[in-house]
Design a protein around this ligand. Sequence first.
Ligand SMILES: Cc1ncc(C[n+]2csc(CCOP(=O)(O)OP(=O)(O)O)c2C)c(N)n1
Ligand SMILES: [Mg+2]
Length: 418
Amino acid sequence: MSSRATTGIPEPTPADPDADVTAPTGAESDAPADTPADDAAVDLPELPSADEMIQLLDVDGTRHPHPFFDAYLADVTDDELRTFYRDMAVTRRFDDEATALQRQGQLALWVQSRGQEAAQVGSGRATAPQDYIVPTYREHAVARTRGVDFADILRLFRGVSNSGWDPREHNFHTYTLVLAAQVPHAVGYAMGIGRDGAVGNEDPARNEAVLGYFGDGSSTEGEVHEGMVFAASFTAPIVFFCQNNQWAISVPFDVQSRVPLSRRAAGYGFPGVRVDGNDVLAVHAVTRWALERARAGSGPALIEAFTYRLGAHTTADDPTKYRQASEEEEWAGKDPLVRFERYLRAQGLADDAFFADVAAEGDAVAAHVRETTLGMSLTGLDRAFDNVYGQPHPLVEEERRWHQQYEASFDDAGDGTH
Ligand SMILES: Cc1ncc(C[n+]2csc(CCOP(=O)(O)OP(=O)(O)O)c2C)c(N)n1
Ligand SMILES: [Mg+2]
């Protein structure tokens, strides 16, 4: 994780409430505070149009310079680059183990992240510790970047917990399965950050932003529209991060939208960027740009990460019923892990020993989640009643008592276990 203090990138000026917000550009928002905007427009590269697919690494792992976004990678260290790969590879190993656990009857359901690791790691590693992340249900690699134990994710999918982790501990919200329901929550949280004065301060460590995730299918839910209107109206410090993985279960992307999703941002009055979601460097740079301007007080941005769900929608789905093997093969050729491995090797940043070490960590993580999952019991489900309101409530207490009696009716051993 990096902060602006170390980037040398000029600090954006906080949003002027009287400014024309219909056409913000990166060049404007990133102008040094003491530089007239007109001069800056001449000197600084402009934010690309919402139609440009930002790609810094091609499928061969060759790095291509970018006039605007390279600045947001300038201070990324070699160790951080290796961490990007480690995050992606260990998450994939975990993902495979969770799929196996579901097939063996140990999880009710599993939602794979295979193929989307670069979109998730590039964005997750762009957050500052004080930022708040609001995921959907597929952001396992983001969870890792926030220090969530993978085994805790499986508590939800085994049905023994409503969350699995304490969101406040990681600044990583609970998973939400009701599509887009989390988007207004994320915007509301961002508006709260604004009211707390945690944006636009001179000291970047005091500024916060929200990174809110949703999918291409969810982009057509009303909550996304409502959230974006509010975020724009109140200059909320939020980055809307859409993982366009081409499918909403069996519905292809071209049924969701006739235009790139990134273009929709213009209708709300904030910038939109389309990025190759299988390019971890491009995603990282774009997300850093968006989070930094949000923390500085310049308001929301939309990122469309163009990626692909290589697996099934969930373990309850069979994609062979609705998509072609040729399409899957084409996208397998753009695998984000393969691409980044090529880059690291070509740059001399990682060798066989590094990749063997990452594989060993993946195996250890898989063993840990398997052992922990098999040991999870169904006790303590009535904790769901603890946090409904800030104060005790008679109706909630009545429901808790009913639930305890119901659970006790299965209690053969008399000790609360099933
Ligand atoms: C409000 C609501 N409607 C429908 C569903 C059923 N459903 C679950 S996932 C899904 C597709 C979501 O697609 P997308 O937003 O692209 O996310 P992805 O699963 O591809 O990551 C649907 C329709 C739901 N969970 N919530
Ligand atoms: Mg999708």
